[in-house]
Design a protein. Structure first.
Length: 277
């Protein structure tokens, strides 16, 4: 798949039409003529196509042909195509994470979010994907490149800031290896989860995930983080964290919110105290 490909359902121009409310307007999908959302009168945005192609161009302009070789992109959408997510994996930009029990390879991941419906800011995050289990990871708040999708938005400034984040993958990989080298005491994990997750039931399910990961990776902080990323990657019977079907097209948004939640968990006082013990 070429790196300028945009799915047909997301490759549309946006126009606006007035509503009966003076300070509101409709967002219209020009391909279908159907309204997507109602937004404030000052709202403006780039199209999905313009935004994502700019991100792709920045990647190809700033990485070598080897680094982008074999790149794959998964697309997700929600809110009548008003919300979209591009999830790019670079299989030639990799690092190994090794424990005495297990070795896995992680690859660089670039995630871009865009909304034409006012539900999200334009956001680009960098992270990794574990080839062993396909668990996805994003880094913390400091690794986001974000601008609100409003009338003051400049796509050029946004892409310029993106360029400054591209080398952090290897620093993240070093951090993962550090966690792989950090043992955790089994008896301390569940109390930490109960404090962090504020739900005994949720902590119990996460503990089961940790036990599964520890059987493969050993009892270390890397196994606990892998339990977290399993929760953020799958929403079915595989991990006990199935999403309820609400009848809408919101599951992709919910799953991304899980990834964002995991990035907060690993920066929490509870997690840091556990791995420092």
């Amino acid at each position: 798949m070429p790196l300028d490909f945009i799915p047909e359902n997301l490759d549309f121009d946006v126009t606006f039409e007035p509503t009966r409310v003076a300070d509101k307007k409709y967002v219209i999908d020009n391909n279908t003529g159907e309204p997507i959302a109602i937004v404030g009168k000052d709202f403006t945005c780039a199209s999905h196509g313009d935004f994502f192609r700019s991100v792709m161009d920045t990647v190809t302009d700033n990485l070598t042909s080897h680094e982008v070789g074999g790149a794959s992109i998964a697309w997700k959408d929600a809110h009548k195509n008003g919300w979209a997510m591009m999830d790019m994996t670079l299989p030639n930009v990799t690092a190994k994470v090794t424990t005495p029990k297990h070795e896995t390879e992680v690859a660089q991941r670039i995630i871009a979010l865009h909304g034409v419906d006012g539900t999200c800011s334009n956001t680009v995050l960098f992270g990794a994907i574990d080839f062993f289990c396909t668990n996805g990871m994003i880094r913390g708040e400091h690794d986001k490149v974000r601008r609100k999708n409003t009338s003051g938005f400049s796509l050029d400034r946004f892409i310029g800031q993106l360029n400054r984040s591209k080398q952090d993958f290897y620093a993240q990989s070093d951090r993962l290896q550090g966690w792989a080298n950090t043992p955790v005491f089994f008896g301390d994990v569940k109390p930490m989860l109960e404090s962090l997750l504020k739900s005994d039931k949720t902590a119990e399910k996460m503990m089961l995930l940790y036990e599964q990961e520890a059987n493969v990776r050993g009892h270390n902080a890397w196994a606990l983080y892998s339990a977290f990323t399993n929760y953020a990657t799958y929403a079915d019977e595989r991990n006990g964290f199935k999403l309820r079907n609400t009848g809408g097209d919101t599951q992709p948004v919910s799953m991304f919110q899980r990834e964002a939640k995991v990035s907060q968990w690993i920066e929490s006082k509870q997690f840091k105290e556990l791995i420092a013990a």
